[in-house]
Design a protein around this ligand. Structure first.
Ligand SMILES: [Zn+2]
Length: 295
C-alpha cells in the first residue's frame, strides 16, 4: 500500500535535491574557479609592461626556468625571470611570444605593434658642406658608427632594464623619435632620439642603472658620445655631450650624474639627444619611460 507523501517528506526530498544541487553547483564553481586561477597564472606568465607600438620596448616577467621565444627566436630570461624585446620604427610584423615551462606547458600571445605616423619635415637650401662632408670626415664617421654598433651588440646578463627608466634631464622636449627631415628633396635617416633642451654643462643622469660601454668625446656627427648598457641588449646612448664623469667599464646607478649637456659634433646648439636601443633595434625613449617594473 502506497502511503500518501506527506508534506514533511516532500520538504525533506526537496531539501535533499536542493542540497545535492547546491553541492554540485559548488563543485562546479570550484572547478571553474580552478580553471580561472590557472588562466590567471598563465596570464601572469605573459605579464608584460611597455607599449605594443612601433618603437616600443616590452619587458616581461616569468619564472626564471621558463623558456621564452619570439617568432621562434630565443629571448634571454634573467635569473629573476626578466626578459625584454622591442619593435623598430617601421615594424609591420606580428610576433608570436611563446613561454614554455620546464614540464612543457606553453602559453602564447600574439603581439602586433600598433602603427604610428611620424612627422616629416622638408628643408630646402642646405649648404653643400653639410650635404657632402669631406672624405676624411666620412672615414671618421664610419669608424664612429662601427664603434657604436659594436657596443650595442653587447648582450650582458644585467637586468636593470626591468627597473623602469627616468628622464636623464628635466629639459623641454624639442625633438622626437621617428621624425624625418628631407633636405633639398633627399630624405635623411629618421631621428631616433628624444631631444631635450639644455645648457652646456647641465647634468645628465643615468636613466637606469648599468655599465658604461663607451665614451668617446669627439665623434664626427654625435660629438661626445656615451653608451650605457642596461642589460639584455638594452642600451642608452647620449649624444653631443660636453663632458663625462665616468669612464668605460664603470658601473652607474639610476639617477647618477654621468655626463654634461653640450653641443659637440654636428649640433646646432646645446641639447641632449637620448637614444635607446634593443641591440640594433632603435627604440623610442619616450615609450621606454612608460615601462613600469613588474613584480
Ligand atoms: Zn637629436
Amino acid at each position: 500500500m502506497v502511503k500518501p507523501i506527506n508534506s514533511t517528506l516532500t520538504n525533506t526530498l526537496t531539501n535533499i535535491v536542493t542540497k545535492n544541487l547546491a553541492n554540485t553547483l559548488s563543485k562546479t564553481f570550484i572547478s571553474l574557479a580552478l580553471i580561472a586561477s590557472f588562466a590567471a597564472n598563465s596570464q601572469e606568465q605573459i605579464a608584460l609592461t611597455g607599449e605594443i607600438k612601433q618603437g616600443g620596448l616590452l619587458v616581461g616577467k616569468t619564472l626564471a626556468q621558463n623558456t621564452v621565444t619570439l617568432n621562434g627566436k630565443a629571448i634571454t630570461v634573467s635569473k629573476a625571470g626578466d626578459y625584454t624585446f622591442g619593435f623598430s620604427r617601421d615594424d609591420k610584423k606580428s610576433y608570436q611570444l611563446v613561454i614554455t615551462s620546464v614540464n612543457g606547458d606553453r602559453v602564447e600571445k600574439t603581439l602586433t605593434p600598433e602603427k604610428r605616423s611620424y612627422n616629416i619635415q622638408r628643408i630646402e637650401g642646405i649648404k653643400k658642406s653639410i650635404m657632402q662632408p669631406n672624405p676624411k670626415s666620412v672615414a671618421r664617421a664610419k669608424q664612429d658608427s662601427k664603434q657604436v654598433k659594436t657596443a650595442r651588440k653587447v648582450a650582458s646578463s644585467l637586468n636593470y632594464f626591468a627597473q623602469g627608466f627616468i628622464p636623464p634631464i628635466e629639459g623641454i622636449i624639442t625633438g622626437v623619435y621617428g621624425s624625418q627631415r628631407v633636405y633639398n628633396g633627399v630624405p635623411k635617416n629618421p631621428h631616433f632620439g628624444l631631444d631635450y633642451a639644455g645648457k652646456t654643462g647641465d647634468p645628465v643622469k643615468a636613466p637606469a642603472s648599468g655599465t658604461v660601454l663607451l665614451w668617446v668625446p669627439d665623434m664626427f656627427y654625435s660629438g661626445g658620445t656615451m653608451i650605457i648598457d642596461h642589460g639584455h641588449g638594452v642600451s642608452s646612448t647620449f649624444l653631443h655631450l660636453s663632458n663625462s664623469y665616468v669612464k668605460q667599464g664603470d658601473t652607474v646607478e639610476q639617477g647618477q650624474v654621468v655626463a654634461a649637456v653640450g653641443k659637440s659634433g654636428r649640433a646646432t646648439g646645446p641639447h641632449l639627444d637620448w637614444r635607446i636601443n634593443w641591440f640594433n633595434v632603435k627604440i623610442d625613449p619616450a615609450l621606454v619611460l612608460k615601462v613600469k617594473p613588474l613584480h
